[in-house]
Design a protein. Structure first.
Length: 361
């Protein structure tokens, strides 16, 4: 197949689902890690087409959703600082902090801007040497190389009025943490774009240690149906290990140049995940050689005391322990216009995906 619509062929998806149904002999629980995969599964109804014996649970694969509340509050505080131009991808502006969000800061007169790349923010800093330009560097391994490149270029060009507020997350430690916490998951669908950057060598020890299949797959309906089929086939045969069914985009070593840049600019660190807690070595921070471009060090905004809404169950949703539509506030006190938690507002959030389907019903 060469064209994207071929990966959305409904008849081909139904044939794959029929093959899955014919192959399943016992109940299996799979977790898709990526929020983009969650949206495809829910939007297309693929999750509901699968046989009852196959249960899909949604993992913490939305980078906006797992950004810790403390970091959202810190971003808001920095954005309110005089002389600061705060830049971010658009999906972060409506993520609720303890009291407000970045969009409200912008509405109140703060210089908050949407950019499409951290390099846009760097160019803005070069054009406006009178302003401190901060980029909110949120994301998994997929977006981290661009953030690393922006800092690397700022260092080489001597752009001192540019910095990033980092909130990078790494997927393999999160999978380990979920399994250590007792997640009843027997196989994982790994995110193809993460593996396109990082390859899959980090997943092999996890699959071996926990003796389960990890299947790398893409984001279109046929990709995901192939991923589920591969996972179920491995489970039924008692096999474990990593399997790549997204070969058109992923190789074992990933993007070697991107990995080299990441290793130069970032180092591993413990990281808090919103709704989950601190996971060891699950984040990246700037290495000491690049600390001058770390907004968290540059701006002293005082102590941050985040406050989560008591009725929000986003943590349980992100751990795969609860479905969004089981939340008492779902669609009533928590909506995309007035979200209690990030999964309701993010374009990759599971709650937002369920609301979209409910609106079509």
């Amino acid at each position: 197949m060469k064209f994207v619509d071929e990966y959305r062929d409904a008849a081909a998806v139904r044939r794959l689902v029929a093959t899955i149904a014919a192959r399943v002999t016992r109940p299996w629980t799979l977790m898709e890690v990526c929020g983009g995969q969650t949206h495809t599964l829910v939007r297309t109804g693929l999750d509901r087409m699968l046989p009852d014996a196959v249960t899909l649970v949604h993992g913490p694969g939305c980078p906006v959703c797992v950004t810790p509340l403390e970091q959202i509050d810190r971003a808001i505080a920095i954005a309110r600082t005089p002389g600061v131009t705060f830049t971010s991808f658009g999906d972060m502006l409506r993520v609720p902090g303890s009291d407000t969000d970045l969009l409200a800061v912008k509405a109140a007169g703060g210089d908050v801007r949407i950019v499409y790349s951290p390099l846009d923010a760097l160019r803005l800093a070069e054009r406006r040497p009178d302003r401190e330009v901060v980029f909110f560097a949120v994301g998994f391994e997929t977006t981290a190389p661009a953030n690393a490149m922006a800092v690397w270029l700022a260092a080489r060009r001597g752009v001192r009025n540019f910095s990033i507020l980092g909130s990078h997350a790494r997927v393999p430690p999160a999978i380990e943490a979920l399994l250590a916490d007792g997640a009843r998951v027997q196989a994982f669908l790994a995110a193809g774009h993460v593996c396109a950057v990082m390859g899959w060598d980090e997943y092999e020890p996890i699959a071996e240690r926990h003796r389960l299949p990890i299947v790398i797959t893409g984001f279109e309906p046929i990709d995901l149906a192939h991923g589920v089929l591969a996972a179920v086939t491995a489970l039924e045969a008692g096999r474990h290990g990593v399997e790549n069914v997204y070969a058109r985009a992923v190789t074992r070593d990933g993007n070697v140049a991107a990995r080299r840049l990441l290793a130069e600019v970032f180092e591993d660190c413990d990281r808090a995940w919103r709704g989950i807690g601190t996971i060891p070595a699950s984040g990246w921070r700037l290495r000491p050689a690049y600390a001058a471009w770390d907004a968290e060090r540059r701006f002293d905004v005082g102590a941050i005391a985040p406050r989560e809404p008591a009725e929000c169950i986003a943590g349980a949703v992100l751990r795969g322990a609860a479905r969004p539509d089981r939340c008492p506030a779902f669609g009533t006190r928590c909506t995309p216009d007035h979200p209690l938690g990030a999964p309701m507002v993010s374009s990759e959030g599971a709650c937002a995906a369920y609301v979209h389907v409910a609106a079509l019903a």
